[in-house]
Design a protein around this ligand. Structure first.
Ligand code: GFB
Length: 318
Protein backbone atom coordinates (compact mmCIF):
# COMPACT_ATOMS: atom_id res chain seq x y z
CA UNK A 1 0.00 0.00 0.00
CA UNK A 2 1.28 3.47 -0.80
CA UNK A 3 -0.09 6.97 -0.35
CA UNK A 4 -1.67 6.85 -3.83
CA UNK A 5 -3.40 3.49 -3.33
CA UNK A 6 -7.11 3.58 -4.06
CA UNK A 7 -8.71 2.81 -0.71
CA UNK A 8 -12.48 2.22 -0.63
CA UNK A 9 -14.00 2.98 2.78
CA UNK A 10 -17.40 1.24 2.77
CA UNK A 11 -19.67 2.92 5.32
CA UNK A 12 -17.81 6.24 5.44
CA UNK A 13 -20.69 8.10 7.07
CA UNK A 14 -20.80 5.83 10.10
CA UNK A 15 -18.74 6.16 13.27
CA UNK A 16 -16.05 3.67 12.16
CA UNK A 17 -15.95 4.67 8.49
CA UNK A 18 -15.72 8.38 9.22
CA UNK A 19 -12.87 7.78 11.69
CA UNK A 20 -11.04 5.75 9.02
CA UNK A 21 -11.41 8.54 6.46
CA UNK A 22 -10.14 11.15 8.98
CA UNK A 23 -7.13 9.02 9.79
CA UNK A 24 -6.27 8.16 6.18
CA UNK A 25 -6.48 11.80 5.08
CA UNK A 26 -4.39 12.94 8.07
CA UNK A 27 -1.75 10.32 7.18
CA UNK A 28 -1.49 11.67 3.62
CA UNK A 29 -3.46 9.07 1.64
CA UNK A 30 -4.73 10.89 -1.44
CA UNK A 31 -7.07 8.37 -3.07
CA UNK A 32 -9.74 7.60 -0.50
CA UNK A 33 -12.87 6.44 -2.34
CA UNK A 34 -16.32 6.76 -0.74
CA UNK A 35 -19.90 6.28 -1.92
CA UNK A 36 -23.14 7.26 -0.22
CA UNK A 37 -25.95 4.71 -0.03
CA UNK A 38 -27.75 6.59 -2.82
CA UNK A 39 -24.69 6.34 -5.06
CA UNK A 40 -24.00 2.67 -4.31
CA UNK A 41 -26.40 0.30 -2.54
CA UNK A 42 -24.16 -2.32 -0.93
CA UNK A 43 -27.18 -4.65 -0.68
CA UNK A 44 -27.25 -4.83 -4.52
CA UNK A 45 -24.69 -7.39 -5.69
CA UNK A 46 -24.81 -6.34 -9.36
CA UNK A 47 -24.23 -2.68 -8.46
CA UNK A 48 -21.37 -3.62 -6.14
CA UNK A 49 -19.77 -5.74 -8.89
CA UNK A 50 -20.05 -2.86 -11.39
CA UNK A 51 -18.49 -0.45 -8.87
CA UNK A 52 -15.46 -2.69 -8.28
CA UNK A 53 -14.99 -3.41 -11.99
CA UNK A 54 -14.96 0.33 -12.77
CA UNK A 55 -13.01 1.75 -9.84
CA UNK A 56 -9.80 -0.31 -9.71
CA UNK A 57 -9.72 -0.39 -5.93
CA UNK A 58 -6.49 -1.52 -4.21
CA UNK A 59 -7.68 -1.79 -0.60
CA UNK A 60 -11.16 -2.16 0.94
CA UNK A 61 -12.03 -1.15 4.50
CA UNK A 62 -15.39 -2.83 5.10
CA UNK A 63 -16.99 -0.74 7.83
CA UNK A 64 -20.53 -0.72 6.39
CA UNK A 65 -22.90 -2.65 8.65
CA UNK A 66 -26.25 -2.65 10.42
CA UNK A 67 -25.24 -1.96 14.03
CA UNK A 68 -26.95 -1.06 17.27
CA UNK A 69 -27.07 -1.52 21.01
CA UNK A 70 -28.59 -4.30 23.05
CA UNK A 71 -32.25 -3.29 22.49
CA UNK A 72 -31.91 -2.87 18.71
CA UNK A 73 -30.05 -6.19 18.40
CA UNK A 74 -32.54 -8.11 20.52
CA UNK A 75 -35.67 -6.65 18.91
CA UNK A 76 -34.59 -6.66 15.22
CA UNK A 77 -32.48 -9.82 14.78
CA UNK A 78 -33.81 -10.43 11.27
CA UNK A 79 -32.52 -7.10 9.98
CA UNK A 80 -29.20 -7.53 11.76
CA UNK A 81 -28.45 -10.97 10.37
CA UNK A 82 -29.78 -10.39 6.85
CA UNK A 83 -28.32 -6.95 6.12
CA UNK A 84 -24.90 -7.80 7.53
CA UNK A 85 -24.69 -11.11 5.67
CA UNK A 86 -25.68 -9.47 2.38
CA UNK A 87 -23.37 -6.44 2.69
CA UNK A 88 -20.31 -8.45 3.64
CA UNK A 89 -20.98 -11.19 1.06
CA UNK A 90 -21.51 -8.65 -1.72
CA UNK A 91 -18.46 -6.56 -0.92
CA UNK A 92 -16.00 -9.37 -0.17
CA UNK A 93 -17.02 -11.40 -3.22
CA UNK A 94 -16.96 -8.39 -5.57
CA UNK A 95 -13.55 -7.35 -4.20
CA UNK A 96 -12.18 -10.84 -4.86
CA UNK A 97 -13.68 -10.87 -8.41
CA UNK A 98 -12.05 -7.50 -9.15
CA UNK A 99 -8.69 -8.82 -7.83
CA UNK A 100 -8.56 -6.49 -4.84
CA UNK A 101 -5.68 -7.92 -2.87
CA UNK A 102 -6.20 -6.34 0.53
CA UNK A 103 -9.33 -5.93 2.63
CA UNK A 104 -10.03 -5.24 6.30
CA UNK A 105 -13.30 -6.61 7.66
CA UNK A 106 -14.66 -5.12 10.90
CA UNK A 107 -16.66 -7.22 13.36
CA UNK A 108 -17.29 -7.00 17.06
CA UNK A 109 -16.29 -8.66 20.32
CA UNK A 110 -19.79 -10.19 20.52
CA UNK A 111 -18.63 -12.91 18.09
CA UNK A 112 -17.12 -14.73 21.08
CA UNK A 113 -19.05 -17.16 23.31
CA UNK A 114 -21.09 -15.74 26.20
CA UNK A 115 -19.26 -17.74 28.86
CA UNK A 116 -15.73 -17.21 27.60
CA UNK A 117 -12.69 -17.26 29.86
CA UNK A 118 -11.56 -13.65 30.33
CA UNK A 119 -9.70 -11.90 28.82
CA UNK A 120 -10.97 -13.30 25.51
CA UNK A 121 -8.35 -14.66 23.15
CA UNK A 122 -8.97 -14.97 19.42
CA UNK A 123 -8.75 -18.78 19.73
CA UNK A 124 -11.95 -18.89 21.81
CA UNK A 125 -14.07 -18.25 18.71
CA UNK A 126 -16.77 -20.92 18.27
CA UNK A 127 -15.90 -22.82 21.44
CA UNK A 128 -19.41 -22.51 22.98
CA UNK A 129 -22.78 -20.70 22.62
CA UNK A 130 -23.30 -17.02 21.92
CA UNK A 131 -25.07 -14.33 23.99
CA UNK A 132 -28.75 -14.53 22.92
CA UNK A 133 -29.38 -10.73 22.81
CA UNK A 134 -27.01 -10.39 19.85
CA UNK A 135 -26.51 -13.84 18.37
CA UNK A 136 -28.00 -12.88 14.98
CA UNK A 137 -25.50 -10.04 14.52
CA UNK A 138 -22.68 -12.20 15.87
CA UNK A 139 -23.45 -15.05 13.46
CA UNK A 140 -23.34 -12.60 10.54
CA UNK A 141 -19.98 -11.22 11.69
CA UNK A 142 -18.57 -14.74 12.21
CA UNK A 143 -19.68 -15.56 8.66
CA UNK A 144 -17.84 -12.45 7.41
CA UNK A 145 -14.57 -13.36 9.05
CA UNK A 146 -14.88 -16.96 7.85
CA UNK A 147 -15.50 -15.65 4.33
CA UNK A 148 -12.20 -13.75 4.56
CA UNK A 149 -10.38 -16.84 5.85
CA UNK A 150 -11.88 -19.07 3.16
CA UNK A 151 -11.04 -16.65 0.33
CA UNK A 152 -7.48 -16.26 1.63
CA UNK A 153 -7.15 -20.04 1.66
CA UNK A 154 -8.70 -20.74 -1.74
CA UNK A 155 -7.86 -17.59 -3.71
CA UNK A 156 -4.71 -16.24 -2.02
CA UNK A 157 -6.33 -12.94 -1.09
CA UNK A 158 -5.02 -10.93 1.89
CA UNK A 159 -8.17 -10.26 3.89
CA UNK A 160 -7.80 -9.42 7.59
CA UNK A 161 -10.52 -9.30 10.29
CA UNK A 162 -10.44 -6.81 13.16
CA UNK A 163 -12.73 -7.39 16.16
CA UNK A 164 -13.06 -4.20 18.18
CA UNK A 165 -14.60 -4.08 21.62
CA UNK A 166 -17.49 -1.63 22.32
CA UNK A 167 -16.71 1.58 20.41
CA UNK A 168 -17.55 5.23 21.00
CA UNK A 169 -16.57 8.60 19.54
CA UNK A 170 -17.61 11.17 16.92
CA UNK A 171 -20.62 10.36 14.72
CA UNK A 172 -22.07 7.87 17.19
CA UNK A 173 -25.80 7.12 17.30
CA UNK A 174 -27.57 8.99 20.14
CA UNK A 175 -31.05 7.58 19.53
CA UNK A 176 -32.01 6.04 22.88
CA UNK A 177 -33.79 3.01 21.39
CA UNK A 178 -31.00 1.92 19.05
CA UNK A 179 -27.78 3.31 20.57
CA UNK A 180 -25.10 1.60 22.61
CA UNK A 181 -24.71 2.30 26.30
CA UNK A 182 -22.02 4.99 26.22
CA UNK A 183 -23.76 7.44 23.86
CA UNK A 184 -27.11 6.68 25.53
CA UNK A 185 -25.81 7.55 28.99
CA UNK A 186 -23.98 10.62 27.67
CA UNK A 187 -27.21 11.95 26.23
CA UNK A 188 -29.28 11.01 29.29
CA UNK A 189 -26.80 12.69 31.65
CA UNK A 190 -26.68 15.80 29.46
CA UNK A 191 -30.47 16.09 29.34
CA UNK A 192 -30.85 15.31 33.05
CA UNK A 193 -28.42 18.12 33.84
CA UNK A 194 -30.20 20.59 31.56
CA UNK A 195 -33.61 19.64 32.96
CA UNK A 196 -32.44 19.78 36.58
CA UNK A 197 -33.53 16.14 37.06
CA UNK A 198 -32.79 14.29 40.33
CA UNK A 199 -32.22 10.87 38.75
CA UNK A 200 -30.79 9.18 35.68
CA UNK A 201 -32.09 5.77 34.59
CA UNK A 202 -29.53 3.10 33.69
CA UNK A 203 -30.78 -0.11 32.02
CA UNK A 204 -30.25 -3.45 33.74
CA UNK A 205 -28.43 -4.12 37.00
CA UNK A 206 -25.31 -2.02 36.35
CA UNK A 207 -23.11 -5.06 37.07
CA UNK A 208 -22.19 -6.21 33.53
CA UNK A 209 -18.67 -5.22 32.59
CA UNK A 210 -17.69 -3.68 29.26
CA UNK A 211 -14.48 -2.46 27.62
CA UNK A 212 -14.63 0.77 25.60
CA UNK A 213 -12.35 1.79 22.73
CA UNK A 214 -12.34 5.26 21.17
CA UNK A 215 -13.01 4.87 17.44
CA UNK A 216 -9.89 6.93 16.60
CA UNK A 217 -7.85 4.17 18.25
CA UNK A 218 -9.57 1.60 16.01
CA UNK A 219 -8.67 3.73 12.98
CA UNK A 220 -5.06 3.89 14.21
CA UNK A 221 -4.99 0.08 14.65
CA UNK A 222 -6.33 -0.34 11.11
CA UNK A 223 -3.57 1.79 9.61
CA UNK A 224 -1.05 -0.08 11.72
CA UNK A 225 -2.24 -3.39 10.26
CA UNK A 226 -2.18 -2.03 6.70
CA UNK A 227 1.17 -0.27 6.95
CA UNK A 228 2.86 -3.23 8.64
CA UNK A 229 1.71 -5.60 5.91
CA UNK A 230 -0.43 -7.84 8.09
CA UNK A 231 -1.91 -10.04 5.37
CA UNK A 232 -4.37 -12.33 7.13
CA UNK A 233 -5.83 -13.36 10.46
CA UNK A 234 -8.21 -12.34 13.22
CA UNK A 235 -7.16 -9.59 15.65
CA UNK A 236 -8.89 -8.28 18.76
CA UNK A 237 -8.75 -4.50 19.12
CA UNK A 238 -9.33 -3.08 22.57
CA UNK A 239 -7.73 -1.35 25.51
CA UNK A 240 -7.31 -4.42 27.72
CA UNK A 241 -9.33 -2.98 30.66
CA UNK A 242 -13.02 -2.95 31.47
CA UNK A 243 -15.39 -1.45 34.02
CA UNK A 244 -18.94 -2.06 35.24
CA UNK A 245 -21.88 -0.24 33.67
CA UNK A 246 -22.40 1.49 37.05
CA UNK A 247 -18.79 2.73 36.97
CA UNK A 248 -19.25 3.89 33.38
CA UNK A 249 -22.41 5.80 34.36
CA UNK A 250 -20.55 7.43 37.26
CA UNK A 251 -17.68 8.44 34.99
CA UNK A 252 -20.08 9.93 32.41
CA UNK A 253 -21.99 11.87 35.09
CA UNK A 254 -18.68 13.29 36.33
CA UNK A 255 -17.64 14.43 32.83
CA UNK A 256 -21.05 15.91 32.07
CA UNK A 257 -21.45 17.50 35.50
CA UNK A 258 -24.66 15.73 36.52
CA UNK A 259 -24.72 14.91 40.23
CA UNK A 260 -28.13 13.26 40.63
CA UNK A 261 -28.81 9.66 41.62
CA UNK A 262 -28.49 6.59 39.37
CA UNK A 263 -31.63 4.42 39.16
CA UNK A 264 -31.34 0.90 37.72
CA UNK A 265 -34.17 -0.40 35.51
CA UNK A 266 -34.25 -4.18 36.06
CA UNK A 267 -36.84 -4.66 33.31
CA UNK A 268 -34.09 -4.05 30.72
CA UNK A 269 -31.60 -6.81 29.75
CA UNK A 270 -28.03 -6.98 31.05
CA UNK A 271 -26.74 -8.93 28.07
CA UNK A 272 -23.42 -10.69 28.31
CA UNK A 273 -21.87 -10.47 31.80
CA UNK A 274 -18.39 -9.56 30.58
CA UNK A 275 -16.40 -9.34 27.34
CA UNK A 276 -12.89 -8.16 28.02
CA UNK A 277 -10.61 -8.70 25.05
CA UNK A 278 -7.11 -10.12 25.23
CA UNK A 279 -5.25 -7.62 23.08
CA UNK A 280 -1.83 -9.24 23.21
CA UNK A 281 -1.80 -10.38 19.57
CA UNK A 282 -1.69 -6.78 18.26
CA UNK A 283 0.38 -5.58 21.25
CA UNK A 284 3.11 -8.10 20.45
CA UNK A 285 3.26 -6.64 16.96
CA UNK A 286 3.65 -3.14 18.44
CA UNK A 287 0.19 -1.55 18.55
CA UNK A 288 -1.65 -0.33 21.67
CA UNK A 289 -4.61 1.99 22.24
CA UNK A 290 -3.66 5.45 23.50
CA UNK A 291 -6.92 7.27 24.30
CA UNK A 292 -7.92 6.93 27.96
CA UNK A 293 -11.60 6.45 28.78
CA UNK A 294 -12.24 9.66 30.72
CA UNK A 295 -10.31 11.72 28.16
CA UNK A 296 -12.21 10.02 25.32
CA UNK A 297 -15.59 10.56 26.98
CA UNK A 298 -14.74 14.25 27.55
CA UNK A 299 -13.85 14.85 23.88
CA UNK A 300 -16.88 12.86 22.71
CA UNK A 301 -19.10 14.93 24.99
CA UNK A 302 -17.73 18.16 23.49
CA UNK A 303 -18.47 16.82 19.99
CA UNK A 304 -21.96 15.75 21.05
CA UNK A 305 -22.71 19.22 22.38
CA UNK A 306 -21.29 20.88 19.26
CA UNK A 307 -23.55 18.76 17.09
CA UNK A 308 -26.42 20.51 18.86
CA UNK A 309 -24.93 23.93 17.93
CA UNK A 310 -27.57 26.61 17.66
CA UNK A 311 -30.05 24.64 19.76
CA UNK A 312 -30.91 25.73 23.31
CA UNK A 313 -28.91 22.82 24.71
CA UNK A 314 -25.61 24.07 23.26
CA UNK A 315 -25.75 27.32 25.15
CA UNK A 316 -26.11 25.54 28.44
CA UNK A 317 -22.88 23.57 28.25
CA UNK A 318 -19.34 24.96 28.54
O1 GFB B 1 -23.92 -1.07 24.68
P1 GFB B 1 -25.05 -1.98 24.81
O2 GFB B 1 -26.35 -1.55 24.22
O3 GFB B 1 -24.73 -3.38 24.14
O4 GFB B 1 -25.33 -2.28 26.37
P2 GFB B 1 -23.88 -4.70 24.49
C1 GFB B 1 -24.30 -2.60 27.26
C2 GFB B 1 -24.84 -2.70 28.67
O5 GFB B 1 -25.24 -1.39 29.11
C3 GFB B 1 -26.06 -3.60 28.86
C4 GFB B 1 -26.51 -1.45 29.70
O6 GFB B 1 -25.93 -4.29 30.08
C5 GFB B 1 -27.20 -2.59 28.93
O7 GFB B 1 -28.34 -3.05 29.62
N1 GFB B 1 -27.17 -0.14 29.61
C6 GFB B 1 -27.45 0.66 30.66
C7 GFB B 1 -27.63 0.47 28.50
N2 GFB B 1 -28.12 1.75 30.28
C8 GFB B 1 -28.23 1.67 28.93
C9 GFB B 1 -28.83 2.52 27.96
O8 GFB B 1 -29.41 3.57 28.26
N3 GFB B 1 -28.75 2.12 26.66
C10 GFB B 1 -28.11 0.96 26.29
N4 GFB B 1 -28.03 0.63 24.99
N5 GFB B 1 -27.57 0.11 27.20
C11 GFB B 1 -23.88 -4.79 21.93
C12 GFB B 1 -24.35 -5.82 20.96
O9 GFB B 1 -23.95 -5.44 23.14
O10 GFB B 1 -22.55 -4.38 21.77
C13 GFB B 1 -23.86 -5.63 19.61
O11 GFB B 1 -25.75 -5.92 21.05
C14 GFB B 1 -22.43 -5.22 19.54
O12 GFB B 1 -24.06 -6.80 18.89
C15 GFB B 1 -22.10 -4.13 20.51
O13 GFB B 1 -21.58 -6.33 19.77
C16 GFB B 1 -20.63 -3.76 20.53
O14 GFB B 1 -22.46 -4.39 24.85
O15 GFB B 1 -24.61 -5.55 25.48
Amino acid sequence: MNKQSRIFVAGHRGMVGSALVRRLVAAGYTNVVTRTRLELDLMDQAAVNRFFEAEKIDVVLLAAARVGGIFANASRPGEFIYENLVIETNVIHAAYRAQVERLVFFGSSCIYPKQCPQPIREEYLLTSSLEPTNDAYAIAKIAGLKLCEAYNCEYNTQYVSLMPTNLYGPNDNYDLKSSHVLPALLRKAHEAKLNGADTLTVWGSGTPRREFLHVDDLAAATLFVLENNVMEGLFNVGVGEDLSIRELAECICKVVGFDGELVFDASKPDGTPRKLLDVSRLAQMGWRATIGLEQGIASTYREFVESYAGSPTAAAVQ
